[in-house]
Structures are given as C-alpha cells and as structure tokens.
Design a protein around this ligand. Structure first.
Ligand SMILES: [Zn+2]
Ligand SMILES: [Zn+2]
Length: 269
C-alpha cells in the first residue's frame, strides 16, 4: 500500500504511472490513492479521471468521473463507452444526476449548493468561486492556472503601457485645462467617453494586453499624467507663453482624475 509520504514525494506523472500500474494488476486501493492524488493536483488530467473511474466501486462516482472526462474532452470514446457500460449494468437511471437534495456543493464552500461547474476541471463551484473566462466559466484555481496570454503583462509591456498612458493623460489634461471652465464641463459630462480611449491607449502601449496588472499600470500612469498636467498649470510655468495665453483651469483635469480614470481602469478588465 502506498504511504502518504510516498504520495507526497512523487510528482503527478510518476503518480499517474504508478496508479495505472496498480490498476492493471488489480490493486484498486493503491490505484485509487495514487490517482486521487493526481486529480487533486491536476483536476484537468483526463487520463487520471479515466483510470480512477476504472477502479471506483461506486457506479455514481464512476459516472461522475466519466462525465468529468467528457467535460474535459468532449466526445471521449473511452468515457462514452464507460457510461454506456454503466447504464447496461445498472440501468439507465444511474446516468441521471443525483436527487435535488444531493445537489453538488461548491468545492471551496462545502455549505453552498450549486449547479455551476468549472468548464475546465468540472468541479462544482458557487457563484463567488466562478470566474468569467473567454472560453466559459472557470473555477478560481483554473482561472489562475490558465490565465490567457492576454492577461500576462511583462515588464516591457508595463513600461509601454505606462509611457503611453502617462503621455495621453498628460496631453488630454492640458487640453481640458486649456479650455478653462469648459474643460470642467466637458470632463464632467464626457469623462466616461474620455476615459475609455485612455484605457485603450494604455492597452495599446502594452501590446494590446489587459487584465488586473495592466489595470494597476493604467491607474498609476493616468493619475500621474493628470496630476503632472495639473502641476504644470499650478506652477510658475503657467506665467510663460503659450500657457499664459490660455484660460487654464485645473478643474477639468481634476474631474477627469475622479471620473475618467475609473472608466479607463474598468475598461481593461
Ligand atoms: Zn464557493
Ligand atoms: Zn476548474
């Protein structure tokens, strides 16, 4: 029998090999221990779920494992055959979901019933644990593990996004300030319209990325750009042409700071 320490020492690939070997020689307990550990570490490992189904005595659990394989690999021939065999042996009712009072519970909140399942690992999850993802709802672990490259922002992209965001916010703020009180009105009524392109500018500067890290870059670069413009307007530079020729007011940029930056940041979700 495999010990807890052995389980811990082996990596997932070795555990899978050992689990399969145990299943082949009919050592169901050993196989179950190894394979359960594999799917705990790698819930999207379809092979491990298939082998686990093969050593699982309970028809309901077998069914769950096969269905999980199908969620991971739609149309999988072995899982389909497994389900057919289950229905033949135990009656078609075994394929129906368990009773309503046995609704699955969230993997992370065992007290919450839920019908949601992760599109990657098929584990049940509650609304709080579900994440929107370009290819359907995912649990929080899979969302983290499989973040699309769209959301991975490297240092170079951060610098690019920062530079473009700072420059754009600085320029827009000077323009808003330069039209004086109209800048305030414009910023109050059109901050949402102005904020969105500022967010796009940061994304563009970062190589068309988005996501939480870029949201931070956007919040910092846009705020600094606006504050720098306000600083210029309040500084002695204000007395020099061409700045002295315009009715500068920092109120427009201030309104943009309060209303527009939030829009820009939201845009990069
Ligand atoms: Zn939950
Ligand atoms: Zn998942």
């Amino acid at each position: 029998m495999v010990t807890a320490r052995e389980l811990e020492a082996l990596d997932a690939a070795a555990l899978l090999r050992r689990g399969i070997a145990a299943a082949r020689v009919g050592d169901a307990d050993d196989a179950r221990a190894c394979l359960s550990e594999v799917v705990r570490r790698e819930p999207a490992n379809g092979d491990a779920w298939l082998w686990l189904a093969s050593v699982e005595p309970s028809p309901q659990r077998k069914r769950d494992h096969f269905q999980r394989v199908l969620a991971l690999r739609p149309g999988d021939a072995e899982a389909t055959a497994g389900l057919e065999q289950l229905a033949e042996r135990h009656g078609a009712a075994v394929l129906l979901p368990d009773d309503a009072d046995e609704a699955p519970h969230c993997t992370w909140h065992p007290d919450r019933e839920t019908r949601l399942r992760c599109a990657r690992c098929a584990r049940p999850m509650c609304g709080d644990c579900a994440r929107h993802h370009p290819v359907g709802m995912r649990c929080k672990e899979c969302a983290r593990a499989l973040r699309s490259p769209l959301y991975r922002v490297g240092p170079r992209q951060s610098v690019g996004g920062f530079a473009v965001g700072f420059a754009a916010a600085f320029g827009v703020s000077l323009l808003l300030g330069a039209i004086g009180v109209f800048g305030l009105l414009l910023a109050m009524f059109a901050a949402l319209l102005i904020g969105a392109p500022l967010g796009d500018a940061v994304s563009w500067g970062a190589g068309r990325k988005r996501g939480r890290e870029l949201q931070v870059v956007a919040a910092v670069s846009l705020s600094l750009g606006i504050l720098t413009a306000i600083g210029v307007m309040l500084s002695p530079l204000r007395g020099l042409p061409p700045l002295s020729l315009l009715p500068f007011s920092p109120l427009g940029p201030l309104a943009l700071l309060v209303l527009g930056v939030a829009t820009a940041v939201r845009r990069l979700r």
